[in-house]
Design a protein around this ligand. Sequence first.
Ligand code: HEM
Length: 190
Amino acid sequence: MADYMVEETSGTRVIRYASIAVAIHWLSAALILTQIYLGFAFGDYPKGSPERTELFTWHKTVGVTILLLALARLAVRLIDAPPPYPDSFPKWERAVAVWTHRAFYFFIIALPVTGLAAVSKRAVDGWTQLVGGTWFPVVPIPGIGEAHEPLVFAMIALLIVHVLAALKNQFLTGGPVAGRMPPFRATEKS
Ligand code: HEM
């Protein structure tokens, strides 16, 4: 049985995610937004230019970091289950939230893996270079590399749904669900 963290705000008792899960969530969110920017930015420079190479090396490095954080988050989730939703949370919204989170885990693993497949043809003995001269193994299945770009657009669409749902819950419903992910806060008794 997980030992949930409980926070009391404005007289409302909120069972929230453990701090390690919150830290990984916001660090991953910042890296994913940076990654989306890098992914679109390097294409503005001609192939072989130093600017493009530098941005692309950062793109690979941030992608690998997102992958490692996703695996760490999954491990934390297995040890410490997510907090239960409040009884007031409608069933259909609960289903959307659960499936959105599952889809996010798929994307944050599938995106770096397909990226590592996309660079596999140019790999040196099966490895690709990251920032600081570190090397990371590629995924030697070049065919799946073609899914990388369509997956990016699907994840951006999901991200929009996720952010709108979080803001709706915080500002229209008083935050009983969003308050589980600080710095969001439950402001009304549910
Ligand atoms: C940028 C990429 C993001 C990803 C991949 C992501 C993914 C997730 C996932 C998987 C969860 C479930 C908790 C977990 O298992 O870790 C979650 C919860 C949550 N996220 Fe995000 N998130 C992102 C960005 C954001 C942003 C920008 C916001 C707010 C503006 C946000 C607000 C929330 C809230 C309030 C919860 C708790 C709600 C619940 O558990 O149903 N997230 N997120």
